[in-house]
Design a protein around this ligand. Structure first.
Ligand code: IPE
Ligand code: IPE
Ligand code: MG
Length: 240
């Protein structure tokens, strides 16, 4: 068990929503919002270590987002390709380990290889573990893990590891789950891992999210009493 006296690195997860509305509200194409969203990813990741966040999981593209018009999906995939090409060195230099979580078999040609190369180049990063979810569905991960179990024994730990494994991830409990863009729903994100996550919803559109918003969310989190079903409160000390 974690001692209350020892600050530990938090796992924050963000549903990065509102790119399209941010853009259309300014008379811009939706893709302009996605482009600005990439800058918000950089700002937010850079702010994490000083706020006591050791793992940051970002929801970038859901399995259901394939339903969007082909030009928007194509634009998002081009942005992902550019991100992997342009950011890998910067991430490695800043001690950030990058993992991409989600299915890889439906991504456009070349992207799975670019993901593998970025993950290998940043594997030694210890300051922040940045996990970006692409073609991700929490429900599909749970179904696949259940299918593989085939009546076998499972504990919360072992089944959680199987779910994570389905999505190329490692098992992680979410401490703080943030959704930007004003909606208050989970949209098939981290349904298992967020069992006891503290939820923080903000109206800030993702392209405008930054260090101050993240600091506010962490301060909100630090005020919560986490009881995990028991009666003893374990207020997590935030390292910042
Ligand atoms: C989030 O922004 C990014 C993705 C889902 C790819 P949206 O594109 O959902 O933006 P809104 O919700 O339409 O404003
Ligand atoms: C959730 O946002 C997915 C991502 C942020 C990647 P959506 O915009 O797709 O979710 P809904 O449709 O509002 O639930
Ligand atoms: Mg949305």
């Amino acid at each position: 068990m974690q001692s209350e006296a020892e600050p530990r690195a938090l796992h924050a997860a963000i549903i990065m929503d509102g790119n399209g509305r941010w853009a259309t509200g300014r008379g811009l194409p939706r893709l302009a919002g996605h482009r600005r969203g990439v800058e918000a990813i950089r700002r937010t990741a850079e702010a994490c270590p000083d706020l006591g966040i050791g793992t940051l999981t970002l929801y970038a593209f859901s399995a259901d987002n394939w339903q969007r018009p082909a030009d928007e999906v194509g634009g998002l995939m081009r942005l992902l390709r550019t991100y992997l090409r342009n950011e890998t060195q910067r991430l490695a230099r800043s001690g950030t380990r990058l993992s991409v979580v989600g299915r890889r078999d439906r991504l456009p040609a070349g992207i799975p290889e670019a993901i593998a190369a970025a993950e290998a180049a940043t594997a030694e990063g210890r300051r922040l573990h940045l996990r970006i979810c692409v073609d991700y569905s929490a429900r599909d991960a749970i179904i696949e893990a259940a299918r593989r179990l085939e009546g076998g024994e499972a504990t919360r730990e072992s089944f959680g590891a199987m779910i994570a494994g389905e999505m190329h991830g490692s098992p992680v409990e979410v401490d703080l789950l943030i959704r930007t863009g004003g909606e208050k729903r989970l949209s098939d994100f981290m349904l298992w891992e967020a069992a006891y996550a503290e939820l923080h919803f903000t109206d800030r559109m993702w392209p405008e999210f930054g260090e101050e918003d993240l600091a506010l969310a962490v301060a909100d989190f630090a005020q919560r009493d986490r009881r995990f079903g028991g009666l003893k409160s374990s207020r997590v000390m935030v390292a910042a």
